[in-house]
Design a protein. Sequence first.
Length: 318
Amino acid sequence: MFGFIYLLKALASILITNSHLGNMYPSEFMALGGSFGNGLFFCISGFLLVNIKTDFASWYWGKIKRIYPTVFAGAVILLLCGETVVGNICDFVELFIYPTKWWFVAAIVVFYILYYFIVKKQKDVIVSGSMFAVVVVYFVVYFTCMDIHSFSVEGKDLSLFKWIYYFFIMLMGAYMRKKTYSHDKKIRFFVLAAMAVVLWGALRVIFLIYPAFLPLQFLTQFMVVIFVYAMMRFGMAMETEAKFRKLCQCRIVKMLSAITLEVYIVQMIVLPFCERLCFPVNIPVAYISVFAAAYVLHFIINSKQFFTKKKERNRKGE
């Protein structure tokens, strides 16, 4: 894996966790970062999956069997904690198969299908053309189907509109993987990412104070696209720096990078307990609890693979 990917996935884990702490901060506005973290994750997924060399069934099954053991474990824990119930076969399918309790899972298993057939032929024109088509669909749906006079572009849970632009970001990751970039202007890309975050926040404040500007709310998602692109370019450029590579390879970064999926899954299980604590103690406790639970779940799900690798290393040592 590219070293900078570890760091950006770790950042995504932190941002996504922070976005779910709205009930713990004095102001919900402090719980920002979810769209930025989601954007990073979808872009990284698109970036890493470009080299498709198998048939669709084998490729797709490989992705499904990596995701669903964690989803099954999360669903069982929800049942045991009494956070959900299964009264009939439809409830069972919705919890364990599709769409599940996690909108990200519902989205990514659909994205994989579209992504495969767009990227499989390894032609830039197909990827760029698909990105353009997604943009057209985005604005058609935005102006014809969305309530643009209230803040609705992110929506909640299974809001399908946000899927459109997250899929665009996933395709952007594939497009970036196919391009060759110079490694100069490192700091400029970091500054650009920071500016995108500031402008995103400024736009949210403007829409709150001046609702007449809400029809321009698509600009907030545009800022997320700029942030993700700039952070990817920054990471690529910094790969040439020894200190940056060392940071990307440190244990805590690689650990957070490895448990991104589990972080998504355990949050709705762990955070309600942390909400009982007072601010500001609840914030570090929430982070530690989520990451610890995610790590334990990751270890359990991958324990068979862990012990298999350990046996192989022992044989080689002998």
